[in-house]
Design a protein around this ligand. Structure first.
Ligand SMILES: Nc1ncnc2c1ncn2[C@@H]1O[C@H](COP(=O)(O)OP(=O)(O)OP(=O)(O)O)[C@@H](O)[C@H]1O
Ligand SMILES: [Mg+2]
Length: 840
């Protein structure tokens, strides 16, 4: 029998594992470069001495140039090598960190559901993204930095000893003090750092929780409650970080202090030697400058030590937090295993939580392949727990669950994934397209086996559409498709849609005449505003958005050039004064303003402007006032603003302006607009609008429905339904499926399970968010298509739908209290009877 034993987790690996994992070659290259750089760093020191002693003192010009040349080559090489070292360090660091992150993340995903009851998303984010980054930096440094600096130190120390052993010995005496004191301080810094890591994790999880619950916070107005929780944590974090920083800087200060004592020792001890004639003054000065060279490598070494400590604390703290063994092995199975037929035997099944609560207690029942079981009972009775156990979401503690005689606990998780479809009580929809979500479970199931999917398992657009129809999501997907936009490079699609547009007008033009005003180049459109009638197109540039037109200088100059500015201003004034005449004094009752070109909140402004116009001309009004009046005229839509009329001669002028507008546009910026022309596609508008190519008349609530139906009808005739559905599949569902309704999300969750054609379907309140019609559709699907073919176990609250199930299981307090056919249980007048008809 297959064993389902997971391998040991990566959390047990030491920090140094990552330093060398896959990086051995790079580390060796680094080693070679380091040896070279140490050499390149010592050479200038010797050259410096030779230039002074041998060349300058002996007036040896050739020597000066030779040593000078070697000097410059050495420091140039050293700089180049330093760059190479930094680069390699960065590469190794990033590789190590990425490997760490990836492996830890994969590990976390496979941890038991019990683990996630106490671990929140924020904790995982902070651990993976923040805490591990220092470990990565360390991995890059781990080999190179100590090695470079220790070698450099050794080289310089050797050089000092060679210069003057006595003086060198005296200065080096300082270092043991430093080596003693720093670890003491570091220990305290580490303690603070550990607390900081834990607290950061808690704070991150607090932030993540609040943001995920932002709906609840805003709806209850619980801003300060949530704010306080965060403030507390932030304050604590501040204190710990300050303490941590204090120790870190303490280490730096102590180090600088002791190392700073070096020259002091040289002055005192060297001075003493000079006075006693044991050392030349020049030699002491040379020693002083050579001794200073020790500072840099030493400082780097101490910084490295600190980074190591920091990384080690963060790493072990993070890894130990996730150090838990996954419940199941996720090893891929060799071939596609679809052998489970759905024959199920549950025997004396019990499940205890880790803290000792018994959630399922001695449950036994059996189902034949293809039978349907409804699990009912009081809330908290254990229905979800039972279904999750059967779906191998966690390991049951006692008893057995057997599919075709094979014990569930020994069946690899990946076999279960290939055979069982699970729709959970609160399905989660992922950010991405409908299609990605639809194929989510299918992809996982096919990836669960090493072998490619069998012919029977392959899916295409037809199959996806079929499933969407089965769950009742197809109409929604079509709507998403019709509402989508296409890019100008999809030429064949554009051509086809324009053809469909013509067919649509021919087929449905008369039928829809009452509801729709179709676009026509030569007509004035009473359902569109004056501005829309002039432009007769849409702009891809925001500057030419309709609401900005009154302020757009280009557009005003166009109106001027076609002699429209003045008549439109007069129209604006006329509209304002009519509105004031009719509506002044009615307050802000919406009903009265429904047909007014002036919105209620701007009526007062109209009055003021009209008073001004009695004394001054329109052109002497303020620019804001002029724009406002112009905007009234440009927004004026005769069919909506029935309070006023559009003068006949103005209509004519607008139509002639429309004719010249495209040419004028050409001179401003070509391609700024797409004009409504029967033979061209309107970019920036949906496919639906492009097919329909017109305006719905106001006050026709059922118009949209009729148009949609007609378009669907036509798409079927044109054999273009699938193409539009394919566009709809690309609809982005938003964060966690936020752009879908609750019912749509549930339908998608059912569809993504059906698409992998599982023999066993587990549903936990899978239809609770559906309306009656959609519920009935799923019900019909179950009885007509699945009976005898797929085993279904469904937890259901709505007891009116359980009559169609072969068996009913009644759960109460973790026990199976009744099991049998619906008929039998009702006749028996037990708990199911009580659940349905109430207590007698
Ligand atoms: N991890 C857990 N630790 C302790 N108790 C738990 C845990 N998970 C669930 N429970 C408890 O187990 C019981 C059964 O829960 P379950 O979700 O199975 O009920 P249910 O029958 O599906 O209820 P509902 O109809 O409300 O969905 C409940 O009392 C719940 O409090
Ligand atoms: Mg439940």
């Amino acid at each position: 029998m297959e064993q389902d034993k997971p391998s040991p987790p990566i959390t047990e690996k030491s920090l140094f594992y990552w330093v060398f994992k896959d990086n051995l070659k790079l580390q060796l290259i680094l080693l070679v470069i380091i040896v070279l750089i140490v050499f390149a760093r010592v050479v200038p020191l010797e050259m410096q001495k030779r230039i002074i002693n041998d060349s300058i003192a002996l007036r040896n010009i050739d020597g000066l140039f030779l040593y000078g040349a070697i000097y410059i080559i050495a420091i140039t090489t050293a700089s180049g090598l330093k760059l190479a070292i930094n680069y390699l360090q960065a590469v190794i660091g990033e590789r190590a960190m990425t490997a760490m992150r990836k492996e830890l993340y994969h590990h976390i995903l496979s941890l038991s559901l019990g683990f996630f009851r106490t671990t929140q998303p924020g904790m995982v984010v902070s651990s993976l993204m923040t805490e591990l980054s220092t470990a990565g930096t360390f991995a890059g440094m781990a080999f190179a930095v100590p090695l470079t600096n220790i070698l450099t130190l050794l080289a310089f120390t050797g050089y000092l000893l060679w210069l003057n052993p006595k003086l060198a010995g005296a200065t080096l005496l300082i270092y043991p003090f430093v080596v003693f004191i720093i670890p003491i301080l570091q220990k305290r810094a580490n303690k603070a750092n550990k607390q900081r890591v834990d607290l950061s994790r808690t704070t991150s999880s607090q932030i993540a929780e609040s943001i995920s619950g932002i709906n609840e916070i805003q709806v209850h107005g619980a801003y300060s409650q949530e704010g306080r929780k965060f403030d507390n944590l932030a304050e604590k974090l501040k204190k710990i970080r300050i303490r941590w920083s204090l120790f870190r800087f303490g280490i730096k200060t102590a180090n600088n202090y002791f190392v700073g004592l070096g020259p002091f020792v040289v002055f005192i001890f060297g001075g003493y030697l000079v006075m006693h004639g044991e050392l030349a003054l020049g030699a002491m000065v040379a020693f002083l400058s050579a001794q200073e060279k020790l500072f840099d490598p030493w400082k780097e070494l101490i910084e490295f030590y600190q980074t190591y400590q920091d990384a080690s604390v963060r790493y072990t703290r993070t890894m130990s937090y996730f150090d838990s063994v996954p419940e199941f092995s996720l090893e891929r199975v060799e071939t596609f295993d679809r052998s489970l037929t759905g024959q199920l035997e549950v025997n004396n099944l019990s499940y205890d939580t880790t803290d000792g609560h018994r959630l399922l207690n001695g449950i036994s029942f059996s189902l034949a392949a293809g039978e349907h079981l409804a699990v009912v009972g009081y809330s908290g009775g254990g229905k979800s727990t039972l279904i999750k156990s059967i779906g191998k979401m966690f390991n049951y503690t006692a008893g057995s669950i057997q599919f075709n005689g094979r014990e569930l606990s020994t069946l690899p998780k990946n076999v279960i994934i290939q055979n069982i479809g699970f729709v959970s009580q609160h399905p989660f929809i992922f950010t991405g397209s409908i299609e990605e979500n639809l194929l989510y479970a299918y992809r996982a199931a096919t990836e669960a086996a090493v072998a490619p999917p069998t012919e029977e398992m392959k899916i295409d657009l037809d199959r996806m559409i079929l499933v969407l129809q089965q769950v009742g999501l197809f109409v929604d997907v079509m709507r998403f498709g019709l509402d989508s936009f296409i890019t100008p490079d999809e030429e064949s699609t554009i051509e086809k849609i324009i053809r469909i547009r013509h067919r649509f007008r021919k087929r449905f033009g008369d039928k829809l005449a009452d509801y729709v005003e179709f676009y026509n180049q030569d007509d004035y459109h009473v359902n569109s505003s004056v501005a829309e009638n002039i432009l007769f197109g849409t702009s891809i540039n925001n500057e030419f958005g309709y609401h900005l037109l009154p302020d757009n200088a280009h557009f005003r100059s166009f109106l001027q050039s076609v002699d429209l500015l003045k008549p439109l201003s007069s129209l604006g004034i006329e509209l304002a004064s009519q509105a004031v005449d009719i509506l002044a004094g009615v307050g802000t009752v919406d009903l009265f303003f429904k047909n007014s070109p002036v919105p209620a909140d701007r009526l007062e402004e109209c009055e003021t402007i009209l008073i001004r116009l009695k004394k001054q001309s329109f052109s002497s009004l303020s620019p804001q006032n002029q724009s406002f009046i112009l905007s009234l005229a440009l927004n004026f839509t005769p069919s909506i603003h029935t309070m006023s009329r559009l003068p006949m001669e103005l209509k004519e002028s607008i139509l002639s302006a429309r004719k010249v507008f495209p040419q004028w546009c050409q001179s401003i910026a070509p391609d700024l607009f797409t004009f409504y022309c029967e033979t061209s596609y309107i970019h920036g508008q949906s496919i639906l609008n492009n097919i329909f190519f017109g305006r719905i008349k106001p006050g026709r609530p059922q118009a949209q429905e009729i148009i949609n139906q007609s378009i669907m009808h036509l798409l079927v005739e044109e054999d273009y339904l699938e193409k539009i559905a394919a566009f709809g599949m690309h609809f982005q569902v938003g964060t966690m499926g936020d752009r879908l309704s609750g019912g749509q999300r549930q339908k998608l969750a059912i569809a993504r399970v059906l698409i992998k054609q599982p023999k066993i379907i587990l549903m936990d309140e899978a239809t609770s968010a559906l309306d009656n019609k959609s519920q009935a559709r799923i019900q019909r699907l179950m009885t007509t298509r699945w009976k005898g073919k797929r085993t279904v176990i469904a937890a259901v609250h709505r007891l009116d739908i359980i009559g169609t199930f072969d068996k009913v299981a009644v759960m109460k307090a973790g026990k199976l209290v009744e099991f049998g056919t619906y008929q039998k249980l009702i006749e028996q007048k037990g708990i199911l009877h009580e659940l349905i008809y109430g207590r007698r």
